[in-house]
Design a protein around this ligand. Sequence first.
Ligand SMILES: Cc1ncc(COP(=O)(O)O)c(C=O)c1O
Length: 457
Amino acid sequence: MRERIEDALRAAIRDGRLAEGARLPPTRTLARDLSVARGTVLAAYTQLATEGWIRGTRGAATTVARVAADPDQGDPGATDPPPPRHDLRPGRPDPSAFPRAEWVRALRRALAEAPHEALNYGSAQGSAVLRTELAAYLRRARGLRVRAADLVVTTGFTQSLTLVAHALAARDAGAVAFEEPSLEPHRAIVRAAGLAVVTAPVDAHGIRVDELPPAALAVLTPNRQHPLGVTLAPERRAQLLERSRTDGMLVLEDDYDGEFRYDGRPIAALQSLEPSVVIYAGTAAKALAPGLRLGWLAVPDALRADVVAAKELLDRQTGVLDQLAFAELLRSGGYDRHIRKMRLRYRRRRDVLLTALGARFPDLEVAGTAAGLNLLLRLPDAASEERALAAAHARGVALQGLAEGAYYEGEPEYGLIVGYAATQEHAYAAAVEALVGALGNAGVESTRPSARISIPS
Ligand SMILES: Cc1ncc(COP(=O)(O)O)c(C=O)c1O
């Protein structure tokens, strides 16, 4: 009875039938009306007063307290936005290719074998089991010079950059240099940490090291510049590391899609040349799934304690079940097998796209085709980019404009960044067809190759 009285009064107050200040009947009266013991009503009033719904249960009249009214409608629930009809957004892998069965197997085994203590609060640096497997993988697959003790497990590059920026901000470091163009959210992270952003242009050999302003850190994508697709040339790598040695500038190597090179041999990470000045960052976002939220950093000794302290401050540690499952996927060879499979799939998709574009638009300048999950179609001006985006939009094709994407701090260049990995396999041919149709509608065949630098693929 007591609970029913409480529920009825709560409901009446919530939906406004009992307004703020309204007097409730005295306990004796209500008890008589309801044929219950007065103590029952008193107990209900006391509970409601404790929760803040009503005021003054003893002596004075009992009145309704101030309570926010319910919104008119009930909770309609939440729905995720549907994916685009033709998903050619850059930087996204095929979500249907996630190795679900392998992951479940790895998770089951990890759970069976992990000691109870593994589920406790653990090291902010990351699970030792994962760091051991990851170090072996990075030495083998990306040529890193790294030990498990150098690694910090994060929730992806976004967090890796946040941690490094916080560690530098705590030291009152100077500016952070980015490639021009680069991802705007990454520059925003650095600014949010209170650091200034400077940039240097990118040409056919990668970032112009001679134009790098003074900086405490340079954030680079050496394996494949995002979004232009050029690889940092050997002379530039040497020049950059020389600059690091003389100026004390650190380099953050964003190896976001280092596993995916289709033409020629894989290029070892920059970190392998100078592990004392290069912070290496990897992510599972391209090889497995962006939604997994797993990444890693190899941090030079001088900065590691500060990066781990930032991680501890930010979110204590990365979820341990994902860490252990990923460790098992690395140990079993499942990760290598998955990458080999996806490399073949994405290379095939790239070839299909290049063939379709070449047949219809022989004059179109296509860049950044040797690696990664996207390529760049250069366009001569803002109007042609806007036309192409509008035509793509009209056909349900989602992709990214180079100027539209705010990759440039200064004057932008123009083009379309086309991600050929994001669609599911069965939908790919239709997506390419829709893109070619949209480009035709936009009159792209009449554009000449850009007069700007030409980027080898
Ligand atoms: C250049 C670049 N770096 C890093 C990432 C990955 O970020 P995260 O690991 O936070 O998903 C992306 C994803 O789109 C990217 O394009």
